[in-house]
Design a protein around this ligand. Structure first.
Ligand code: ACO
Ligand code: KIV
Length: 502
């Protein structure tokens, strides 16, 4: 049986330390609930002694989620531990995470102390925390730069004092993966009683090695990884949750499993990015906009022939509908033909060559090629088809405390058709009305309405995935009126489906 790795998410603690990323309690609950659905084992909910707001958030998160352990951070200070224990009083499973710096730099400059004194403070903190909760995690801050022999003594002492988890942070993001892996191995070989605790990694990304270091730790016996969604965190950030989870999913030979429902990764990533106002860099592994986008002709042709040519992960596994084939001046005929097919236009070989020539001229000057630009390129080919397009001419809906009802007028090939229908809501009623005009069996597979920014005067963006004759098409529309946007997105999809039929 595969070994189990515990995922300890610290988005709401280390992630929230990022300037500008502070959340209010309601937003923190929303993130915590998303983390629970994602399947994390532990949520580090805050540092309760730091402010009344953080204290209250730990209380509310403890009430709002029940599956993950709720963890509260403290210094090796009695008051911090008491406040953390109080904040965890509603947690079904509560953990106190206490600790102290163990590197020469921390002992000397931060604490003006001695190694022996620090061990005494560490033991005292763990024993004090044990008075309140059974599950006590100890962090040996700056373990990455600490002397391994001394670190082993600290780890042995805190396990003997009752620590259930011992965290070995590379606080400054300094270690090389080989060095960090060797550190974990050293502890397993030199600490008596190490089997009584779980060893955890907590790696920072100052040199871009956080994920590599965490995986090196896991390969040497660590069984908890501390990480954040999108890798956010103090300075250059933390190990990113999605990277660790997908590495283990891709590298089956490591034989290590997590409890993460990977199909919720993108949703969780976007939620955190939106709430924390922290954009995701487009090339960010797993969750960046370009992580599953192919933009050069050779790659696009390869992927269209067989995904395995250039994809090591299935985008569906992380919660995307599909990969993206992005048209650029580096694209070839295969990608262009594919995009037209998605729009419902099948180009014959002769047509394809002439459209491709025009496309290259456009793509050399225009970085952002829209479907509308492509349609213009096909000129005469699509003119005849466009004249048969369905257009929404009029829409009136009745909703509120009545049976929702809709009147729709469509223009098809220059002729107008009007229909009315009821439904379980105004959108359902409008689609029922359209279905009385267009008889083809087109079903809705996915329907997504999103506010583009915030506020009640916002634009609503609608994406509808429709199924017709066994193939999927996508309809899009944007409008300040979300009912109109929904119906326009449906008609956009229907037009694409019916063009395919022609
Ligand atoms: C590695 C990490 O700790 S990551 C977590 C970092 N997160 C935070 O710092 C956010 C929460 N922090 C805070 O709200 C505040 O810093 C508080 C409430 C903890 C402390 O505030 P203050 O009492 O004003 O102290 P201040 O922040 O100026 O200095 C930190 C003090 O804690 C001490 N300290 C730091 N880490 C530890 C520790 N792990 N155990 C014991 N004492 C510690 C420092 O030595 C310093 O003490 P000193 O004033 O006697 O020199
Ligand atoms: C509190 C500890 C775990 C920490 O954030 C660090 O060492 O980076």
């Amino acid at each position: 049986m595969a070994d189990r790795l515990y995922i300890f998410d610290t988005t709401l603690r280390d992630g929230e330390q990022v300037p500008g990323c502070q959340l209010n309690t309601v937003e923190k609950i929303e993130v915590a609930q998303a983390l629970e659905l994602l399947g994390v084992d532990v949520i580090e909910a805050g540092f309760p002694v730091s402010s009344p707001g953080d204290f209250q958030s730990v209380i509310e998160i403890s009430k709002a989620v029940s599956m993950p352990t709720i963890c509260a951070l403290t210094r090796a200070v009695e008051k911090d531990i008491e406040v953390a224990a109080d904040a965890l009083r509603y947690a079904k499973r509560g953990r106190i995470h206490t600790g102290i710096g163990v590197s020469a730099e921390h002992i000397r400059y931060k604490f003006n102390s001695t190694p022996e004194e620090i061990i005494e403070r560490a033991i005292k903190a763990v024993k004090y925390a044990k008075r309140f909760v059974e599950d006590v995690e100890f962090y040996a801050e700056d373990a990455g730069r600490a002397d391994n022999e001394y670190l082993a003594r600290v780890v042995e002492a805190v396990i003997a004092a009752g620590a259930t988890v011992v965290n070995i942070p590379d606080t400054t993001g300094y270690c090389l993966p080989s060095e960090y892996g060797a550190k974990i191995k050293y502890l397993f070989e030199n600490v008596s009683g190490i089997q009584n605790a779980i060893i955890a990694t907590h790696c920072h990304n100052d040199l871009g090695m956080a994920t590599a270091n965490s995986i090196a730790g896991v390969m040497n016996g660590a069984r908890q990884v501390e990480c954040t969604i999108n890798g956010i965190g103090e300075r250059a950030g933390n190990t990113s949750l999605e990277e660790v989870v997908m590495i283990l999913k891709c590298h089956k030979e490591l034989d290590i499993e997590t409890n993460i429902n990977t199909q919720r990764i993108i949703k969780s990533s976007r939620l955190v990015s939106n709430l924390m106002n922290m954009p995701i860099q487009p090339n960010k592994a797993i969750v960046g906009r370009n992580a599953f986008a192919h933009s050069s002709g050779i790659h696009q042709d390869g992927v269209l022939k067989n995904r395995d040519s250039y994809e090591i992960m299935n985008p569906v596994d992380v919660g995307l509908d599909n990969n993206a084939i992005v048209l650029t001046a580096r694209s070839g005929r295969a990608a262009l033909k594919n995009r037209f097919e998605q729009m419902g236009i099948v180009l014959e070989n002769g047509d394809l060559d002439s459209v491709y020539e025009k496309f290259l001229k456009l793509a050399d000057t225009n970085k952002n090629i829209q479907d509308e630009d492509l349609l213009k390129l096909t000129g005469d080919i699509t003119d005849a088809r466009a004249s048969r397009k369905i257009k929404l001419r009029y829409l009136q809906v009745l909703s509120g405390s009545v049976v929702p009802c809709s009147m729709v007028r469509l223009e098809i090939g220059g002729v107008e058709f009007t229909a009315t229908a009821t439904g379980n809501g105004p959108i359902d009623a409008s689609i029922n009305a359209i279905r009385t005009i267009i008889k083809d069996q087109i079903t809705i597979q996915e329907f997504l309405i999103q506010a583009m920014t915030r506020g009640s005067d916002d634009l609503g963006r609608v994406h509808m995935q429709l199924e017709f004759n066994g193939t999927s098409v996508h309809g899009f529309a944007v409008n300040t009126d979300i009912i109109t946007a929904s119906i326009e997105a449906y008609i956009d999809g229907v037009n694409k489906a019916l063009t395919q039929k022609q």
